[in-house]
Design a protein around this ligand. Structure first.
Ligand SMILES: Nc1ncnc2c1ncn2[C@@H]1O[C@H](COP(=O)(O)OP(=O)(O)O)[C@@H](O)[C@H]1O
Ligand SMILES: CC(=O)N[C@@H](CCC(=O)OP(=O)(O)O)C(=O)O
Length: 277
């Protein structure tokens, strides 16, 4: 008899959903419920707000263009301290409290997230000169073999979004773009993008206007109609590209309500927005 293959969920946790113990514990309980139901889980987290806060303490000024932080060498040290230090340890320990054997690590651990320096590029709304983002990288490869190995050992990888070059140079990498590459390499059954807003809405002011399901066609229409805007556009566009690469479904959801992740995994339509074909 063949053994049933466990389903794999990749979860992106934004720094904005990890700001206090209650939020971290809510998220951890959600992850624990998925694992209890037989799912294998990989978490990748950011730490934008925590980095801003620590920059301020060090007298550094946060400077983002097109949603990406221009990162000097001094900023990179703060990024490492905030994301791989503070956020990774807090999230790993919250998961341990919820009974999940979380394995905290970062993108340079075992060359999990390989990257190269982002070449200077012209950014819309930021003049016609190419912007050099400094110590920011673009992902070139994800070490899927190591992730699969860790899952096989029964631990839950919790990865801080950093990248490393083949020469061991560390880069700052946005969590949304990193998690997409992880989901693609693992051909995840489900990618969960956790955000404070918790879903796509017809009207952000109207909690009752949540859109339960989005398809590639309806997503294009929602963007053209100006309903999906700003930071939600790249999330949805990248999600759609994943559907062509063997990822089963993508959901935008908040980790606050207990049972939300499991409900999304079972496609019950009670929480968040699910993007599938
Ligand atoms: N139709 C929409 N429904 C939900 N959020 C939307 C919509 N259009 C734009 N947004 C914006 O997208 C934001 C989420 O993207 P972003 O800020 O990049 O995410 P993150 O929380 O991961 O940093 C929300 O805070 C919201 O203001
Ligand atoms: C290059 C770049 O912008 N990196 C991000 C990495 C953290 C991140 O993505 O965190 P959230 O998921 O909390 O937004 C940054 O420095 O803020």
């Amino acid at each position: 008899m063949t053994k049933m293959q466990a389903k794999t969920a990749v979860i992106k946790v934004g720094g904005d959903v990890l700001l206090d113990d209650a939020e971290r514990d809510g998220l951890a309980t959600n992850v624990a419920s998925l694992i209890e139901q037989g799912w294998q889980v990989v978490l990748l987290h950011g730490g934008g707000p925590q980095t801003n806060r620590l920059q301020q303490k060090h007298g550094l000024v946060a400077n983002k263009v097109g949603g990406r932080r221009i990162t000097s060498e001094a900023d990179l040290l703060v990024v490492k301290q905030a994301i791989a230090g503070e956020v990774n340890v807090e999230l790993t320990s919250a998961l341990q409290r919820a009974g999940v054997n979380a394995f905290g690590c970062h993108g340079a651990s075992g060359q999990l997230i390989q990257a190269v320096k982002r070449p200077p590029r012209v950014m819309s709304g930021a003049g016609d000169k190419p912007i050099d983002f400094g110590e920011v990288g673009d992902v070139t490869r994800v070490n899927g073999k190591l992730l699969t190995g860790l899952l096989g050992l029964g631990v839950t990888p919790v990865i801080a979004t950093l990248g490393v070059s083949d020469k061991g140079r560390v880069f700052n990498i946005n969590a949304d773009t990193t998690v997409v590459q992880i989901a693609r390499v693992l051909k995840a059954d489900l990618l969960l993008l956790t955000t404070q807003v918790g879903a796509v809405f017809e009207d952000l002011e109207q909690p009752g206007s949540r859109i339960k399901t989005v398809t590639p066609d309806s997503a294009k229409q929602l963007i053209d109609d100006g309903i999906i805007q700003g930071g939600m556009i790249p999330k949805v566009e990248e999600a759609i590209s994943l559907l062509d690469d063997g990822v089963g479904a993508i959901a935008i959801v908040s980790g606050r309500e207990p049972g939300a992740f499991l409900s999304v995994a079972n496609d019950e339509g009670r929480y968040g927005t699910i993007i599938h074909k």
